[in-house]
Design a protein around this ligand. Structure first.
Ligand SMILES: Cc1cc2nc3c(=O)[nH]c(=O)nc-3n(C[C@H](O)[C@H](O)[C@H](O)COP(=O)(O)OP(=O)(O)OC[C@H]3O[C@@H](n4cnc5c(N)ncnc54)[C@H](O)[C@@H]3O)c2cc1C
Length: 475
């Protein structure tokens, strides 16, 4: 049980996704020696970041792949709306402003951007898409980090930390103690930890444990081990453990790593019913990018944590098709039979909806005037009758993307203990996203938070070593 490095590294980065890589690259660029510990084996490296497609960016005028403008105030208002004010304005505005600055740096490290794809996410103005997706982004960062001399170790899950008086001393991987002068934690939330999810979501009135029916959309490695370690060390936390980014995914998705292609994006083009064949929420409340992240929670609140997204032939071609084909039928009765739903109730639900649809001009790119009248719950936009065969259904279950419980930080991404910032312990990404996202979500802001605070954490960690000459605490 000894320090593995004969020369103690300056900055230890724990995690191997976007936030960790941004931190490692910035610390290295600032002149620090850097060791990055990734829990996953090389082929699964990159965490949830490898599943991503884009990041949300502020800009005041059209910029390469981004159309028109997306000024700070509009970004802030979007965030304010989805979080219901449950956000730290100073940190949120910092993330917003910095999002306009980071893409040149990302390009320098090999990330390429492309125009947004069409479909139900209208994001060309607000979100810059990664060419090759998050996998290509992560691979580019690893290549760049290796070229710059960042040491990388895979299959190295940190299981405990030595912290004394709020200062980092060393991390442990099994029986190996790894000391460093400063540390950045970027090891994701606890979304892959099924037991913790179970505790956070609890039991419902029907005696069900809703979290037992969740799919985890991304990596299996974000077990929240560092979050627990920091709780034990007395660090300051922010956020509610039951708050998370949770979308409706295809109920046939695998337990882990289903990724983006299992998300069901046709909700706003039809109706959603529960296992009793009844609607339960306005499917056309707002644009899909502003609403998709509430549907996991809505389905989680339904009996059995299942739902069915129902569309007709008119919707085909208007959304990104998911990886599994939908159940198809020429009649509503047959569709209900195939889904195991009560036929009469299902047909009644669709007939009631169809009868309530008001004639209008359908336009999926605006909040159009196709709405229902006299129906509960109403459908506010894009309400076209479901009357053109064939009919399709996709089974839904909650898919958890990432949790929001995290460490409280300041604008230097420093971890706090009893209100005091640590001198040498920093945090980025999902582990502190709750500072900005108390609840809700707006597409692409996860990568904005990870990139901005990863860059800040790496810079500050290097600075704490190189400028202040922090004592080697881990000997
Ligand atoms: C399917 C899917 C699609 C998404 N799409 C988008 C999108 O398009 N845009 C967007 O902004 N956001 C998106 N997100 C959210 C986004 O992935 C996260 O907000 C972001 O990637 C978080 O980055 P991170 O570095 O904090 O975490 P991760 O990328 O998850 O990295 C965490 C890393 O820590 C490692 N780790 C965990 N525990 C330990 C330990 N004890 N020791 C060492 N290493 C450890 C993991 O192996 C992993 O490498 C998506 C998420 C998913 C699942």
């Amino acid at each position: 049980m000894s320090d593995n490095n004969s020369r103690t590294v300056d900055v230890l980065v724990i995690g191997g996704g976007n936030a960790a890589l941004c931190a490692a690259l910035m610390a290295r660029e600032a002149g620090a020696t850097v060791l990055l510990l990734e829990a996953a084996p090389r082929e699964y490296r990159g965490g949830n970041s490898s599943h991503t497609r884009n990041l949300r960016c502020m800009h005041d005028a059209p910029q390469d792949v981004l159309t028109e403008a997306y000024p700070e105030e509009e970004f802030w208002q979007d965030l304010l709306k989805v979080t219901g004010g449950n956000t730290n304005e100073q940190l949120a505005r910092l993330a917003i402003r910095e999002s306009s600055q980071c893409r040149a740096w990302m390009r320098k490290h090999g990330v390429h951007f492309q125009a947004s794809l069409s479909g139900t996410l209208q994001l060309s103005r607000t979100n810059a898409f990664f060419m090759g997706g998050g996998k290509a982004l992560v691979n580019a960062y690893y290549r760049s980090a290796e070229a710059l001399g960042v040491q990388i170790r895979y299959e190295s899950p940190v299981d405990r930390m030595d912290i004394v008086d709020g200062q980092f001393q060393a991390a442990w991987v099994g029986g190996e103690r790894i000391a460093a002068k400063a540390c950045v934690m970027a090891a994701g939330g606890f979304e892959s930890n099924r037991q913790w999810l179970r505790e956070a979501w609890g039991q419902n009135a029907d005696g069900e444990w809703p979290a037992d029916n969740f799919a985890i959309r991304g990596t299996r490695f974000n077990q929240g081990v560092l979050l627990k370690a920091m709780m034990n060390a007395g660090a300051d936390f922010i956020g509610d453990p039951s708050q998370s980014h949770c979308v409706a995914v295809d109920a046939r998705a695998p337990l882990y790593d289903g990724g983006i292609c299992t998300r069901i994006d046709c909700v706003s083009l039809g109706i959603v019913v529960n296992k009793f064949a009844r609607r339960f929420y306005d499917e056309g409340e707002d644009f899909w990018p502003k609403r998709y992240a509430i549907w996991g929670r809505l389905v989680a609140q339904q009996p059995g944590q299942v739902g069915y997204s129902i569309i007709d032939a008119k919707a085909i071609g208007r959304f990104m098709p998911p990886v599994f084909p939908g159940t198809q039928a020429d009649t509503l009765e047959d569709l209900a039979r195939q889904l195991g739903l009560d036929e009469a109730t299902f047909v009644q639900t669709v007939s009631d909806y169809n009868a309530a649809c008001q004639a209008g001009t359908f336009d999926h790119t605006v909040l159009d005037d196709c709405h229902t009248e006299g129906l509960v719950p109403a459908k506010a936009h894009w309400a076209l009758p479901i009357n053109k065969a064939p009919f399709y259904a996709y089974p839904l279950k909650p898919g958890i993307t990432f949790t929001y419980l995290g460490l409280k930080i300041n604008d230097q991404a420093a971890v706090h203990f009893a209100g005091k910032p640590s001198r040498n312990l920093f945090v980025a990404g999902e582990m502190m996203a709750g500072n900005v996202l108390g609840k809700g979500y707006t597409a692409g802001v996860g990568m904005t938070i990870g990139t901005v605070f990863g860059r800040i954490a790496g810079t500050q960690a290097a600075k704490s070593v190189l400028e202040k000459g922090v004592e080697h605490a881990g000997a």
